[in-house]
Design a protein around this ligand. Structure first.
Ligand code: IDP
Ligand code: MG
Length: 137
């Protein structure tokens, strides 16, 4: 069993897509073991995306991620990191495969509906940033 970290981003929360997205997640065999709605602060968004701070889209990304509530979640299952990345689809929805969350729901390369950890190591860091161990059920 592996865990990964997911964010349902502001564009998707705004369009009432939490249930639709979690249906795809559960159909892929992943369990949602923690889930909460919150507003990211500017500081949280900057820290979360600090790997991208030199990128030209960084300020816009931080302002988008703080533009409305997000749903932060922990997913658990066999090969959770790669399974979730596969059902998310490519970062740019124009390049995402049919049936993926981003192909179905993303509005743009920035407002692309979901985040998923890119490795098991980063998943642990991201989960610990948002959840206490006692919240993982
Ligand atoms: P990922 O979310 O598929 O792992 P990353 O390269 O880690 O993609 O980028 C993090 C987030 O930054 C993306 O999900 C997207 O919201 C945003 N982003 C990535 N590339 C661009 C871009 O070229 N323009 C605008 N936003 C971008
Ligand atoms: Mg990434």
């Amino acid at each position: 069993m592996e865990q990964t970290f997911s964010i349902i981003k502001p564009d998707a929360v705004k369009r009432n897509l939490i249930g639709h997205i979690n249906q795809i997640i559960e159909a892929a065999g992943l369990n949602v073991i923690a889930s909460k709605k919150m507003y990211l602060t500017k500081q949280q968004a900057e820290i979360f995306y600090s790997a991208h701070k030199e990128r030209p889209f960084f300020d816009s990304l931080v302002s988008y991620m703080t533009s409305g509530p997000v749903q932060v979640q922990v997913l658990e299952g066999g090969e959770a990191v790669s399974t979730y990345r596969k059902i998310m689809g490519a970062t740019n929805p124009e390049e995402a495969e049919e049936g993926t969350i981003r192909k179905l729901y993303a509005e743009s390369i920035e407002a692309n509906s979901v985040h998923g950890s890119d490795s098991s190591e980063n998943a642990k860091i991201e989960i610990n940033f948002f959840f206490a161990g006692s919240e993982l059920v």
